[in-house]
Design a protein around this ligand. Structure first.
Ligand code: CMC
Length: 431
């Protein structure tokens, strides 16, 4: 990287260091602090508020304006003109595919949609009421015990096969989590269907009758996957990179990403939004609920609002709101009380000084839960579906990291605030 300037850091009595500044293709410049450690000083940045942990060419976000690009393409254009398979190809390869390249890629992914038959017995070890994310963490991690032929992370062909396997198998496993939960038979993937339609098939078909979801529903589901496909260095992606930086295999890394995604501050928010809407119950209760959210002594947060990077409208939320209208119209649910409640909550929050001053806008999860619920997907599956969409982002970022000559094992430092050295006393003399 070519330095575009120098930042000088001075401290103590005459100590200083010159640090190179690098510019990105878009977005803020960064100060390269790697040499600082040699002076015995470290930077302190819990939560990575001002730290770029890597260089990447995959996704760009401008949170102040509300922009999201995958490989330079605005998310709105991708959601409108491309399907999820094209978006997967783009994230993995850097360019949108031609028709022939798309077909070749789809065929490659489809050869991996089934899971090893022995993997089915894993499900029996879980309680029927286990949360799908708990099962996903275990079963996706277990894939590394089945596909030894693609585990050499230094072999580009192995990496590509693992990527295709993960993109193909995570939806199969997610649908199996739901079917096991419900006591329904597992449905084998249908490779003549699109990625989105096949997932809906594995979720909702039965062996007793034919299943054909409406094209509007399939398109809406495909769009949900596209909107969740990548989001630069968020908590789960950074987890995948950190796990991968030690040389761990991709199945183990994606399982770590699924675990990080589960939390309500990240991917678990779509489930939390619906639970919160149900808790509020009625439009008349919105003002009292907003008062609780604003009360410093009450820990409740408005789920689906706020974002670490977006200090403007999340562009994914705009697309999701339009999709929400399309789906509710198609299903004759335009009077859906939960949707009306969400609209009212959004209206009040967007005009309230608390939210305006803190720059809290609706994020993608505010609407995705309503769409998923309208599609008949149970709340407990929402975050698992986020994981289905995000798998391609995780594997793209993992692959980029492994191929980056600057990659090193991730090893943050700390500001130690514990006890200074002391000696162990015999047990009778302690306390
Ligand atoms: N409701 C009420 N107040 C909020 C909210 C909210 N949803 N989000 C942030 N705040 C307040 C927070 O209390 C704090 O106030 P103060 O400065 O007075 O202490 C201020 O805004 C800054 O919040 P923060 O927690 O320091 O901000 P953060 O960047 O660390 O957190 C966040 C970002 C997404 C975790 C947070 O906004 C949040 O918890 N939102 C609700 C959960 C949610 O919807 N998550 C989904 C994120 S989008 C999907 C994804 O990519 O994972």
């Amino acid at each position: 990287m070519q330095s575009k300037g120098i930042a000088t850091l001075t401290w103590g009595e005459g100590k200083s260091i010159e640090l190179p500044i690098y510019g990105g293709a878009l977005g803020p410049d960064v100060i390269d602090i790697r040499q600082l450690g040699k002076t015995g000083m470290f930077t302190y940045d819990p939560g990575f508020l001002a730290t770029a942990s890597c260089q990447s060419r995959i996704t760009f976000i401008d949170g102040d304006i509300g922009l999201l690009y995958y490989r330079g393409y605005p998310i709105e254009q991708l959601a409108e003109h491309c399907d999820f398979m094209e978006v997967c190809y783009l994230l993995l390869n850097g360019e949108l595919p031609s028709a022939a390249q798309r077909q070749q890629f789809v065929t490659k992914v489809q050869t991996h949609t089934m899971v090893h038959d022995q993997l089915l017995s894993f499900f029996k070890g879980f309680r029927r009421d286990a949360h799908p994310m708990a099962v996903m963490v275990g079963v996706v991690g277990a894939l590394s015990a089945f596909y030894h032929d693609s585990l050499d992370i230094n072999n580009a062909e192995h990496r590509a096969t693992s990527a295709n396997r993960l993109i193909a198998k995570v939806p199969t496993i997610a649908a199996m989590c739901y079917r096991y939960n419900m006591g329904l038979p597992f449905m084998y993937p249908q490779n003549h269907m699109s990625y989105a339609e096949n997932f809906l098939y594995m979720m909702f078909a039965t062996p007793c009758e034919p299943y054909k979801p409406s094209p509007v529903i399939v398109r809406a589901f495909d769009r949900i996957l596209t909107l969740h496909a990548d989001h630069e260095q968020n908590a789960s992606t950074s987890t995948v990179r950190l796990a991968g930086s030690s040389g761990a295999n991709p199945f183990a890394c994606i399982s770590a990403g699924i675990a990080a995604l589960w939390g309500p501050a990240h991917g678990g928010a779509n489930e939390a939004v619906l639970k919160q809407l149900a808790e509020i119950g009625d439009v008349s209760q919105v003002p009292a609920f907003i008062a609780r959210v604003k009360d410093k002594n009450d820990s409740v947060r408005l789920m689906g609002f706020g974002h670490r990077v977006y200090k403007n409208m999340d562009p994914r939320a705009e697309v999701m709101r339009r999709t929400c209208h399309e789906v509710l119209n198609e299903l004759g649910l335009h009077d859906d009380p939960l949707f009306k409640l969400a609209i009212e909550l959004e209206r009040i929050a967007l005009s309230d000084s608390y939210f305006i001053e803190k720059k809290l806008y609706p994020n993608v999860d505010f609407y995705s839960g309503i769409v998923l619920r309208a599609l008949g997907i149970p709340t407990s599956m929402f975050t698992a579906i986020f994981a289905v969409g995000r798998t391609v982002g995780w594997v793209s970022q993992w692959t980029e990291m492994i191929a980056d000559p600057e990659y090193k094992i991730g090893r943050p430092r700390q500001l130690y605030q514990g006890q200074v050295k002391r000696d162990v006393l015999p047990i009778g003399k302690r306390g």
